[in-house]
Structures are given as C-alpha cells and as structure tokens.
Design a protein around this ligand. Structure first.
Ligand code: NDP
Length: 297
C-alpha cells in the first residue's frame, strides 16, 4: 500500500529560522542594532507561559532582542494599553505580541487595535487584515502564513486548485482563505453551520482544518490525492491512565492511505507558527528601517 507523505513542519520551520537568522545578520550590519520583539503576557496561564518562554528563547537564538513583560491577571485595561503605547514608541521594539487569550475583563480587540500596525507581528490589527483582504503588503498572521509556506513547498504553484478551509476564525480560517485566494485557488470557507461538510471537504485538492475538534475531519471525506494541513491542537486522554496526548482536527490514520501529503500533529503546523513570528519580526524591522526584506523570506 502506498501512503501519503508526512510533511515535516519541524524541519521546514528549522530551515526558516535559519534563513531568518541570516537575514538578521544583514539587518544588524546595515542598521547597527538587532531587531527586537516584545512579548506581553498577562496572568499565569501555564500553556501561555510555556509559549512565551519558547518565543523568547527562539527570538534570541535567531539573533534578535527579546523583551518580555509579565503582568498580573488583575491588571487594568488602561494600564495594559499604556504598556502597549510605551512599546509603540520604543525604537528598540520592532514587533509587539500580546499573548492571547487575555483575562475576561480586558477587551482583546481594544488591545489589538492599540498596537502600531507597523509593529503588529501577529497580523491581527484591522489595518493588516484589511491589507491582506485587498492584496497589499502588510503583516500576515503567523499560523496561516506558515500553512501557506508548507503548501507552496509541497505543491509549488497553487493556481486553480480547489481549497476548502474548515474554520472561519480571525486568526486562522479567514486569513488562510485570503492567502489561498491570493494564490489563485478557488476557496470555500466552511464552519459550524455548513451543510454536508463531508461533501464540501471531498471537493478539495487542498484541505486546511482549523476547527479545534479532535479528529473531526474523517479520512473518507478527503479526496484521494488531496493535500491536508491540520492546524488543530486538541488534548485528549491517552491510553495510559492519567496522561494525555495531542491530536489534530483530522483523523490522520484514516486519511494517510489516500492523501498526497498531510501535516502531522504535533510536528506540522505548530513549529511553523513561531518560525513565522520571527520572520514577521524581521520583516517589520526591515519595513521600519526602509530596507528590503531579505531574499527568500
Ligand atoms: P476558533 O474556536 O476561533 O474557531 C473554530 C472554527 O471552527 C469556527 O469558525 C467554527 O465555526 C468552526 N467549527 C466549530 N465546530 C465545527 C464543526 N462541527 N464543523 C465545522 N466547523 C466547525 O479556533 P481557532 O481558529 O483559533 O483554532 C482552531 C484550531 O487550531 C484549535 O485547535 C487551535 O488550538 C488550533 N491552533 C493552532 C495553532 C498552531 O500554531 N498550530 C495556532 C492557532 C490555533 P463557527 O465560526 O460557525 O463557530
């Protein structure tokens, strides 16, 4: 039996981080300073704390300056907005990332809107989502851009392909659809109200699943020869009592027999997200300095 290729997102992300590090060397030579990324963490959520620690380590490993700001969960919204304002004005800071989710008493959208769009390395500001929608250069959300990079690496030209994105969140589904449209795919965005999701998915040459439901996309839904990008990160109980494991939104064991290629969970899209964050920080630094973005990024 032939089986589909497992796309090694970990290896691609390591290669991207290396290319970013080379770009950082060029930036430092031209500007006499390192690009800087400021990460703001509110509260004590252990998963967010791990993400932030990893981001800091990888930022430094890419040769960039990492600034970390930890604030208590009961911080007032005005105080948080003041911090963002300070970072907007800090010349050493090229990228600002406020780790989401924020505590319920803080209006996430207000905080995102306060970030200078030129430093919005998450690409969530309406100025950047607007630029993506009209096809202008801007900062693009990390996870969907990472998915697109993997797809282009596997397929080259995506022009004319039928793509189905399952999920329509502002951080994954919608920007993913815009990116695929920009590559001349015929794009369908499915969501919780979509009728007959199985046959919608079955049309696709490219399936991107960003739902947050363990193995919801069944193998038989996927057209033979399609390429599948699984964004989902779902923690489920493992066979070993008291332990858990991570699975994606796609039933990979069922799909693997007939897909062209599929991203695994873990080790597929996940590692790309941080690598693209570093890429976006370098791109933001170059844009602010009036430099071209280094080739290949
Ligand atoms: P959201 O919860 O914001 O969005 C989920 C989307 O899935 C919604 O559009 C929802 O539809 C849709 N959906 C829910 N149930 C169904 C269903 N039964 N059938 C079809 N569509 C459905 O999630 P995110 O976009 O933030 O994240 C999606 C997944 O990706 C999560 O597992 C998350 O952990 C993971 N993720 C992974 C990242 C990575 O780095 N690898 C980064 C970001 C997210 P509706 O709009 O109608 O409610």
């Amino acid at each position: 039996m032939t089986i589909g290729k497992i796309i090694d997102g970990k290896a691609f992300a390591a290669d991207l981080r290396e290319r970013v590090a080379e770009g950082v060397v060029q930036f430092v030579a031209a500007q006499g300073r390192k690009p800087g990324l400021a990460v703001v963490l509110v509260g004590e959520d252990p998963a967010s704390a791990v993400y932030v620690r990893n981001k800091g380590k990888m930022t430094a490993a890419a040769g960039m300056e990492s600034f970390e700001f930890r604030r208590p969960a009961n911080i007032g919204q005005d105080e948080l907005l003041e911090l963002v304002e300070e970072l907007n004005g800090d010349p050493r800071v090229d990228g600002i990332l406020v780790q989401l989710p924020l505590p319920a008493h803080i209006d996430e959208q207000a905080v995102i809107s306060a970030i200078d769009p030129a430093k919005d390395v998450d690409g969530f500001h309406v100025v950047n989502s607007g630029k993506l929608a009209v096809g202008q250069d801007g900062l693009v959300p990390c996870t969907p851009l990472g998915c697109l990079m993997l797809l282009k690496e596997e397929l080259g030209d995506l022009s004319g392909m039928e793509a189905v994105v399952v999920g329509r969140s502002n951080i994954v589904g919608k920007p993913m659809a815009q990116l695929l449209l920009g590559e001349n795919c015929t794009v369908t965005v499915a969501h919780s109200r979509t009728h007959d999701l199985a046959s919608v998915v079955h049309r696709a040459d490219i399936v991107v699943a960003a739902v947050g439901r363990p193995e919801m996309v069944k193998g038989e839904w996927i057209k033979p020869g399609a390429i599948v990008v699984d964004v989902g990160i779902n923690r489920v109980p493992s066979e070993e009592e008291g332990k858990s494991r991570i699975v994606g939104d796609v039933a990979t064991a069922e799909a693997i027999s007939h897909v062209r290629a599929i991203t695994p969970v873990p080790g597929g899209v996940g590692p790309m997200t941080i690598a693209v964050l570093l890429r976006n920080t370098l791109v933001a630094a170059c844009m602010r300095a009036g430099m071209d973005t280094p080739e290949g990024l």
